[in-house]
Design a binder for this molecule. Structure first.
Ligand code: RTP
Ligand code: MG
Length: 156
């Protein structure tokens, strides 16, 4: 199970998916950062699915705004692999609040393309436990052990 450390779940949120140029640019950044793209899908989440995915934020002032945004259109979901997957993807995305990030980390994805604190382009798992839960949520048939056995040596 330790090899899950080398995977993370990335989401391109609806604001990004609506703009093909930004989708291409983010895919380019994913590859140049050194990630291997394990599996991808496009999905339009229902209200209930978004509520479930972001249940940790239930009750926060931005929760309703976040749910409305995340169900507003298709999202692109990727399982990314890298020896430091979780940390590297969060570094590539940049800090949550785009309004600040555009000045403090303009080279990051959120710094380059984020529109607001909520419409901030991308999602990334924030821990091992989240990565496990989120990968299972979007890819219920994904088999960590099988993947690790075949591919993990390539990531050393
Ligand atoms: P994410 O979960 O999407 O990777 O982002 P994160 O860890 O950097 O941020 P988190 O605190 O988990 O918040 C989840 C998402 O909620 C929206 N948000 N809006 N002040 C606001 O309007 C606000 N704060 C957070 C963002 O879309 C954030 O990514
Ligand atoms: Mg988060």
């Amino acid at each position: 199970m330790k090899n899950i450390l080398k995977l993370t779940l990335a989401i391109l949120k609806p604001d990004v998916v609506k703009v093909p140029f930004v989708v291409q640019e983010i895919r380019h950044r994913i590859l140049t950062a050194g990630f291997y793209v394990v599996q991808s899908r496009s999905v339009n989440l229902s209200h209930q699915e978004v509520e479930h995915f972001y249940s940790e934020h239930a009750g926060r002032f931005f929760h309703q705004r976040l749910v409305t945004f995340m169900k507003s259109g298709p999202i692109h979901v990727h399982i990314l692999a890298h020896p430091e997957a979780i940390q590297l993807w969060r570094q590539t995305m940049g800090p949550t609040k785009s309004f600040i990030t555009q000045f403090e980390a303009p080279e990051t994805i959120r710094g380059s393309f984020g529109l607001t604190d909520t419409r901030n382009c991308t999602h990334g798992s924030d821990s091992l436990a989240s990565a496990l839960k989120e990968i299972t949520f979007f890819f219920p048939k994904f088999n960590y052990e099988e993947w690790s056995e075949k591919h993990e040596p390539l990531l050393r």
